[in-house]
Design a protein. Structure first.
Length: 439
């Protein structure tokens, strides 16, 4: 069992397939989806950047209360991912399901202007995350289905880089609005709603409804063999493939490599502290003023933006497993700095830099690895399965970390997560080791 740890196909193989040789490394649909994600992330990150401070300082939530709400914020999207991925495979229209998700998230943004108590706010955030859960797997399936296997790491890297450009612009916009507006939080939420609508319009106008499949290419690479669920349907094409029902989607669990990916993603997710907690810890350690808090995600996003494509290309060349585990090593180093480094002016740059390295080396590499082992017609379901497992594990981590912070303090809580991450990374490295091939 391995994390699709293999190099790109030989030059001779690529040249033997004329279509494959002429195919662009980055298809137009990837760039269109990247533009949608860029605009949508400007909207989402405007809210995400101010939300921790708004809840803790504005509404007076305890760390346990914030951890619960943050867990719900991320956990709802995890549960809905399975629905979104399976629905997209079932109706064979990934754009439609992704569009429903983007639209629901956009509709929720104006509601933040009228809810100011914990219960209604939690409900609105849950609905917004429902939209994110619906769109994530169909969107990633569109990317993988339009890209040759040997370029998937790069394609996901390009998409994540464009997505992260929005994550850079969102906190900056929120920061400027908070400094200029009298009622800063409501102004942030209002502008966010307008930008979200623009993202939906770009999806409708510029993302094609169908993409040319890559089942034949997957089959030639050995990723949809005769023993794989849905292999025959993937080869037959949309017109001749049997319908994708729930039993067919669940049969993906018979794939040993997919089970290994899901188990390791969940194991590492259990020790991945929420971004919001990382920023709150960094603010306390470095003594950063509240007005600068919305800029902290900008540091992570900037490094993510710079390294997403290089990490994707590196994963195509040296293997997904190596890059994926190296990213978690960067996260572990960030935890160590938060625990033991002095609170100097260099601390925020170092922690945010390592945090960005973690995302650049894992966020696009994992779905690229999943796409390598899942048949075409079940691509959305496979991506949703791994993504849901990882997000549910992070949901549990948010609850546990918030409770530990409330009871024992932030230092012991982070130390427990660091020790857990070290142990889980060792286990994941052993489980995802490259498979031995016969001579």
């Amino acid at each position: 069992m391995y994390l699709a740890d293999r190099a790109a196909p030989a030059r001779g193989e690529a040249a033997a397939d004329g279509v494959r040789g002429r195919a662009p490394a980055i298809p137009a649909v990837v760039l269109a989806l990247g533009a949608v994600s860029l605009i949508t992330d400007v909207s989402s990150e405007m809210v995400t950047a101010v939300l921790p401070l708004y809840l803790v300082a504005g509404l007076g939530l305890s760390p346990l209360g914030f951890g619960t709400l943050d867990g719900v914020y991320n956990g709802v999207s995890a549960l809905v991912q399975l629905t979104g991925g399976h629905l997209a495979d079932r109706v064979r229209n990934h754009k439609l399901v992704a569009g429903l998700g983007y639209g629901l998230s956009a509709l929720c943004k104006p509601l933040l202007l009228v809810v100011h108590s914990l219960g209604p706010l939690g409900a609105v955030l849950a609905l917004e995350r429902t939209g994110k859960g619906l769109r994530t797997s169909p969107r990633d399936a569109l990317i993988s289905l339009s890209t040759p296997p040997e370029h998937r790491g790069r394609a996901f890297g390009v998409h994540r880089a464009m997505d992260t450009t929005g994550a850079v612009l969102g906190p900056v916009t929120a920061f400027l609005i908070l400094r200029a507006a009298t009622d800063g939080y409501d102004a942030v939420f209002g502008v966010s709603a307008c930008v979200a609508v623009l993202g939906v319009l770009v999806l409708v106008l510029f993302v094609p409804g169908r993409t040319s499949g890559t089942a034949a290419r997957d089959a030639s690479d050995g990723t949809a063999g005769a023993g794989d669920p849905g292999a025959d349907g993937g080869a037959a094409g949309p017109g001749g493939a049997p319908p994708v029902d729930l039993r067919t989607a669940l049969s993906l669990l018979r794939l040993p490599r997919l089970r290994a990916l899901t188990a390791c993603a969940m194991l590492l997710g259990l020790t991945t502290v929420s971004d919001a907690f990382v920023y709150l810890l960094l603010q306390r350690r470095a003594g950063i003023g509240e007005e600068y808090f919305p800029l902290l995600p900008l540091g992570t996003a900037a490094i993510f933006l710079l390294l997403a494509v290089p990490c994707g290309v590196l994963a195509d060349r040296v293997g997904r497993r190596t890059v994926f585990l190296a990213g978690h090593a960067g996260l572990l180093a960030a935890y160590a700095l938060l625990l033991w480094a002095p609170g100097t002016g260099l601390l925020p740059f170092a922690v945010l830099g390592l945090h960005g390295v973690f995302y650049a080396a894992t966020d696009g590499v994992l779905p690229a690895a999943v796409a390598d082992v899942v048949p075409e017609r079940l691509r959305g379901s496979g991506l949703a399965l791994v993504g849901t497992g990882q997000a549910l594990a992070r949901f549990c981590c948010s609850l546990a970390f918030g409770a530990a912070w409330t009871v024992w303090g932030d230092g012991p809580a982070l130390l427990g997560s660091a020790v857990g991450l070290l142990l889980c990374a060792g286990v994941a490295g052993a489980v995802l080791r490259p498979a031995r091939t016969a001579a």
